[in-house]
Design a protein around this ligand. Structure first.
Ligand SMILES: Nc1ncnc2c1ncn2[C@@H]1O[C@H](COP(=O)(O)OP(=O)(O)OP(=O)(O)O)[C@@H](O)[C@H]1O
Ligand SMILES: [Mg+2]
Length: 373
């Protein structure tokens, strides 16, 4: 089954053709990063206008790269939630029109499902069920339990900022370019991650909170450079030495990674039957996170860099031992961590396999926010 997939929920205009959920026949992504680097963040109206200009050429290119015409496409899939209102509208209106024109079934896909299903692409061995998925992106920080395909239970979520948003905001304070995640990762390589002690939030069980960490970095910088807490954050970067900047980047990254993995580890203890851990979403591209996650599981690579083995060390205190022998830790190929349409095609395929019916192209709506289900 060949699916033409469209993604436009934020600032990437993307189209891809995916065969049987995992085979990438084409994958085209036009990013608006260059436009928004100038502003230091996404401006929704500008994003929508850029999608409008790019979307048809991107779709045509994806068909051309796959060397296919509309006759060979079995279905269209599109992201309809969550995301920026104008951006989602451009993608869904285009997909609806194409579905009607070419008489193809249309599938509406939740963006976070797509981030999880990115892990099935370019991965020799796929995640096993039941699994835990840590989805970490610009707008979300959640742990989900999946007992099987297309079954999602949110078992932890952020109370405020997403971790990607926190990377972006801290980068801005440090005077590093947008998008903040990759900038901090690069800067952190030069820094001492133990120089500044930053707090872990006190939130229940498997939930997260990242707005306090951002403020903690701000206060620590103000203290370090000797200015009052009323000092404007956008003026701070120029007071930092190169060394202070990279030490702050490294200390922040270490703290964010520790917080994420602490919670994932707790989830693993609470759900001892899981066979795979999936870490997906834009922040999952972070190399330090990947390395630390592997260490956490005391993995041995056995030749496959993306799919490594872990074994729990201690038997459960209650004597029950229903742990699988191995826990597989999987990440998407880094080129599918951020927004792309290949992951939308993968998610749509597994929805279809799970019995989901096509949506009505005349009435499909968008939702800027809505939980995964
Ligand atoms: N190497 C990295 N380290 C840390 N963060 C990163 C890295 N690369 C990208 N990011 C962060 O990932 C985020 C973008 O991810 P993604 O594209 O999945 O988010 P989004 O689509 O905007 O939000 P959502 O998926 O929640 O709707 C940004 O916050 C960016 O800074
Ligand atoms: Mg995303």
């Amino acid at each position: 089954m060949k699916i033409l997939a469209i993604e436009s929920s934020c600032d990437e205009t993307a189209a891809a053709v995916i065969e049987d959920g995992v085979k990438i026949l084409s994958n085209v992504v036009v990013s608006q990063i260059d436009i928004f680097a100038e502003y230091g963040g996404v401006i929704p109206e500008v994003a929508a206008r850029s999608h409008l200009e790019a979307i048809l050429p991107v779709i045509h290119k994806s068909l051309k790269e796959a060397d296919l015409n509309w006759n060979s496409i079995d279905a269209i899939a599109v992201t309809h939630t969550p995301g920026l209102l104008g951006s989602l509208l451009v993608g869904t209106l285009t997909a609806r029109t194409l579905a009607i024109l070419h008489n193809k079934p249309l599938y509406a896909v939740h963006h976070l499902k797509s981030h999880i299903y990115a892990t099935w692409l370019n991965n020799e061995i796929k995640p096993h069920f039941p699994l835990l998925a840590l989805v970490i992106s610009g707008g979300h920080t959640q742990i989900l339990y999946m007992k099987e395909h297309n079954h999602f239970e949110i078992i932890g979520t952020t109370h405020d900022d997403a971790v990607g948003e926190c990377f972006d905001k801290v980068a801005k304070i440090l005077g590093l370019p947008y998008p903040g995640g990759p900038s901090i990762a690069t800067e952190a390589k030069k820094g001492d991650e133990n120089r500044y002690k930053l707090p872990h939030p006190k939130v229940n069980e498997l939930d997260f909170s990242f707005s306090g960490l951002k403020t903690a970095v701000l206060r620590a910088i103000q203290k370090e450079v000797g200015v009052p807490i009323s000092y404007p954050s956008h003026e701070l970067a120029k007071l930092l030495s190169e060394k202070q900047r990279s030490d702050f980047a490294a200390s922040f990254q270490k703290t964010a990674v520790d917080i994420l993995l602490e919670k994932l580890n707790l989830a693993r203890e609470k759900y001892p039957e899981v066979k795979s851990l999936v870490i997906a979403g834009g922040v999952s591209a972070n190399q330090k996170l990947r390395e630390e996650a592997l260490k956490m599981l005391k993995n041995n690579s056995e030749g496959h860099p993306q799919l490594l083995r872990g074994r729990s060390e201690e038997p459960r205190k209650d004597g029950r031992d229903e742990r699988p022998e191995e826990i597989f830790l999987t990440f998407p190929d880094p080129k599918f961590s951020g927004d792309n349409a290949a992951m939308v095609g993968a998610a749509a395929y597994f929805e279809i396999k799970s019995g989901v019916k096509p949506t009505d192209p005349y009435s499909l709506n968008i939702a800027p926010r809505s939980p995964i289900n």
